[in-house]
Design a binder for this molecule. Sequence first.
Ligand SMILES: Nc1nc2c(ncn2[C@@H]2O[C@H](COP(=O)(O)OP(=O)(O)OP(=O)(O)O)[C@@H](O)[C@H]2O)c(=O)[nH]1
Length: 387
Amino acid sequence: MVRNVNRSAWAQRLLGVDHHMRIRVAMTAVSALLSAVCGGLVMLLAYAGFARVDLSLIWISTLVLFNLAVLVCIRTGWTLSLDDPALTQLQIRYAILSNAAGYALLGEARGITPVILSLVLMFGIFNLSARQMLANLLLSLLCFGIATVVVFWMDAPGHNAVLELAYGVMIVLVLGGSTFVGLRIQHVRQRLKRQKHALAAALARIHHLAAHDDLTGLVNRRRMTELLAVERERCDRSGRPLVLALLDLDLFKRVNDQHGHAVGDAVLCAFAQSAVKNLRSTDVLARWGGEEFLLLLPETDAAGAALLLERLRAEVATLQVPCPAGHVAVTVSAGLAESLPGQSVEQVVECTDEALYQAKAQGRNRVVRHPQRTPAARSTLQPQAQN
Ligand SMILES: Nc1nc2c(ncn2[C@@H]2O[C@H](COP(=O)(O)OP(=O)(O)OP(=O)(O)O)[C@@H](O)[C@H]2O)c(=O)[nH]1
């Protein structure tokens, strides 16, 4: 257990804490390790007489030093502000130049360099675009073409027209093949990425549909019930009363009967839009039933809520919803209630329903506040405003 903790502390120190940093450092370290192994192989070939030891040493030293410098730059966070914080393109471009130089300098051991390069190109698969990969392939072919000319020009040991031709074909095949595989993997990755985004969008849409009313776009009854439970707990903690209002479009059946269901739907939408415009961002208006809407007013006392509802009622009365016959006008009635200590959400909603019933009974197009907070008025419901 203690050993595991020590090991992870060491891993954190070496690779960093950030997930992306860890991946960058690990990838660069693996690439550096592979370069070191390839360098070892070249040295082996040099000591076996296939390449000049001094040139091989210079070639390997620059390769290892470059890799170490890149590793330090990444691990210290120096590259974080760059577009390519993993320095992938720089590493690959360096590998292309270095291996092409190796091809020209390493004598009979030069055949190993295109293989090393194809290995390095693989590291670009995850970070480079298809365009960058193709550009790297072209640069590789160009550099190795120049290196081949240099081999002939310098009369490098062991060179021979047939052998160089074979190497040339192999270089094209190895680099072209690794780039092709890289492009395929890129393609699959891009498709997976697109599918992931599409799935995330579909999931967000499903969440939205589960919580919202299709017609008006308002929060639906299910979601409102959850929000009410949360607000109830908040009120319990703060000692504030829960303030709710139930709103109902007046004589809405008549709108449907006279103008048709589609116009009725348009009226519902127009009402919802107009109401939302008059609310604060913290207020929540939900479609509670057919033409019934429940309004949750956090951080608002009943007096403030009554003022807001009155403003909303007046605004709705000015609505003119276009229809084939001209315009439809509607009014709204509202029942307002404020919770007593210990009252459940259902009880408060019941109070709003009673107040709404009174608003309708008193002639509609008005706001009625439930009187349960004012004991003197318990037997009568108080109209707040009327036309
Ligand atoms: N167009 C449309 N109509 C709906 C929708 N949901 C409910 N309704 C209609 O709303 C009407 C409600 O009518 P009632 O409950 O009788 O009440 P009202 O005519 O509004 O009268 P009061 O409430 O007493 O003012 C019914 O005709 C329902 O069919 C809807 O989504 N779209």
